[in-house]
Design a binder for this molecule. Structure first.
Ligand code: GLU
Length: 428
């Protein structure tokens, strides 16, 4: 039996029945041995197939070279708040662990270009995959931003996993009332230590934007194309991840990006930057129960009644905002039950329609299905919110306002989440 007493980060060579492979040993579970290959990918090898393992070199922790970053009084000061995700995964690769240790020194060592644009401070808020975040984390992040505003920061960058980055940007846009500095969320699709990583450009563009703009709001900064040239500054409540791996995965929905920023710091605005009045005020999330139910063929009424104890529900309908509620032949009796359950629910809690189409607006006046849904109290007609933003907005409204008022407020534009007019190119 081969012995596996290695530490994460040790360089080893494994010989299987078929081949010899070398790479870094990663924390491995039970019967699988995980090896990080030189190209950055993890390979799982069944322990049964391993014939020999040789230690090539022991893991040595790299210490950041400089201990203190010199501040340049002419440059703006930015704090980077780390939450985890792929952008922080360089550390995973070296140690096999998941403890991000991004100090300003380490960041500047990794991305020395940043030093010319801003003075950087950085701290770890959490270290997790973004799919694990919840309302508590949004509150925590908002409080951290508030601390930075009080300390006089010129801007904040939040590094974040990309999967739910657009939920967090929406949540912060609602929580941070009268925010007067730029708070820019930055993720990366490829980890910072891979040649193809998008992390450096996303961070450089975010710093360039904060340093050269009067923007006072929350936004997302990610690649504008597959090229490594420029990034979009995308609206916090009207953006979405639309691709699972491309660097330009994020797009503005039913609106234009706020701006295009390049490596050199050139900014082209496509939306006006508004200036805010008043004092920063935090309207935080409470532990409300809100769900998202997606329409699909063969829907069962119990999928709807499941939400009877919830405080609010988003219906991601088909097309203009439809659900399977019509009994048209002997095989569609369940649809009638779906309708009955939706009627019961809409009387009790706010039930809001969005569209699986992503682009476009809800219009429940066109077809009888939409009209019937409106009659029973389903909300959302005429709105162009993404499902994700509608979900965050509903939970935030229920956390901060009386339930009766939420039925009205869901249709009011609070944080640029509703576009009164969608540009012509989105209509046809
Ligand atoms: N699923 C992880 C997350 O969203 C990794 C993906 C990423 O960081 O882009 O945090």
């Amino acid at each position: 039996m081969v012995k596996f007493n290695f530490n994460p980060g040790d360089k080893i060579e494994i010989t299987t029945k078929k081949e010899a492979l070398s790479g870094l040993f990663m924390p491995s579970k039970e019967n699988t041995f995980i090896l990080k290959l030189d190209n950055g990918y993890n390979l799982g090898i069944d322990k049964k197939n391993i014939k020999k393992v040789k230690l090539l070199s022991k893991y040595k922790e790299k210490k950041p070279k400089s201990s203190k970053v010199k501040q340049n009084s002419k440059l703006p000061t930015i704090t980077i708040l780390h939450t985890g995700g792929t952008i922080a995964s360089k550390v995973d690769y070296e140690t096999g662990g998941v403890i991000a240790r991004f100090s300003p020194e380490e960041l500047l060592e990794m991305f020395p270009e940043l030093k010319k644009i801003v003075n950087l401070k950085s701290r770890l808020v959490s270290n997790m995959w973004s799919e694990d975040l919840n309302f508590q984390h949004y509150n925590l992040l908002a409080k951290e931003v508030e601390k930075e505003v009080k300390a006089g920061a010129d801007g904040v960058i939040i590094t974040h996993g990309t999967d739910t980055l657009h939920y967090t940007s929406s949540a912060l846009a609602f929580i941070l009332e009268n925010l007067k500095i730029p708070v820019i969320l930055v993720g990366s699709q490829r980890s910072s230590d891979r040649g193809s990583s998008d992390a450096a450009l996303n961070l450089i563009c975010a710093c360039n934007f904060i340093a050269n703009s009067k923007f006072q709001d929350v936004a997302i900064c990610m690649h504008s194309s597959m090229e490594d040239e420029s990034c979009y500054i995308l609206p916090a409540t009207k953006s979405r991840k639309l691709h699972s791996s491309r660097r330009d995965a994020f797009k503005a929905i039913n609106t234009d990006p706020i701006a295009l920023v390049d490596k050199q710091g050139k900014i082209e605005y496509s939306q006006k930057v508004k200036q805010k009045k008043g004092k920063l005020n935090l309207r935080l999330f409470k532990e409300v129960k809100v769900g998202i139910l997606k329409a699909h063929p063969n829907m069962l009424s119990k999928e709807v009644s499941f939400y009877k104890d919830y405080d609010g529900l988003i219906l991601e309908g088909t097309g203009l905002g439809h659900f399977p509620i019509n009994k048209t032949d002997s095989s569609t009796t369940e649809n009638e039950k779906v309708f009955t359950e939706l009627k019961k629910l809409s009387k009790k809690i706010p039930v809001v329609m969005t569209s699986q189409c992503i682009f476009g607006r809800i219009n429940m006046n066109v077809y009888t299905t939409g009209r019937k849904l409106q009659e029973i109290g389903v909300l959302g007609n005429g709105l162009d919110m993404t499902t994700e933003t509608a979900f965050i907005k509903l939970a935030w409204l229920l956390s901060n306002f009386k339930k009766q008022d939420v039925f009205e407020l869901i249709s009011e534009n609070i944080s640029n989440e509703i576009n009164e007019r969608i540009k012509d190119d989105f209509l046809e």
